[in-house]
Design a protein around this ligand. Structure first.
Ligand code: SF4
Length: 92
């Protein structure tokens, strides 16, 4: 039945999005990075710059609404210096 299939697929997708959104953070390999700053232009909400132009990231999980942009930044980084990694689960 098409509507039942859609409902099940929607529930599965929703769950997957929540798990991914709360479980990953963006990291940078400072050796590979050339400080060009593409990732900063793409994700100013979570990537800052230090005084030499290298990206500065904190350890907080990537917000759900920025997951797709974070994946794009990882994919498009010219030096392959960005990665998404699983964030440690919060205590409690
Ligand atoms: S896009 Fe990649 S190489 Fe450029 S500043 Fe960001 S991490 Fe570094």
């Amino acid at each position: 039945m098409p509507s039942e299939r859609r409902r099940r697929a929607g529930g599965h997708d929703e769950h997957a999005t929540v798990v991914t959104a709360t479980a990953v953070r963006l990291r940078v390999d400072p050796i590979a990075c050339d400080a060009f700053g593409y990732c900063v232009e793409l994700l100013p909400e979570i990537v800052g710059l230090d005084e030499w132009g290298f990206p500065v990231l904190d350890d907080t999980p990537v917000p759900p609404y920025l997951i797709d942009l974070a994946k794009r930044a990882v994919r498009d980084c010219p030096r392959r210096a960005l990665l998404l990694e699983r964030a440690p689960s919060s205590p409690g």
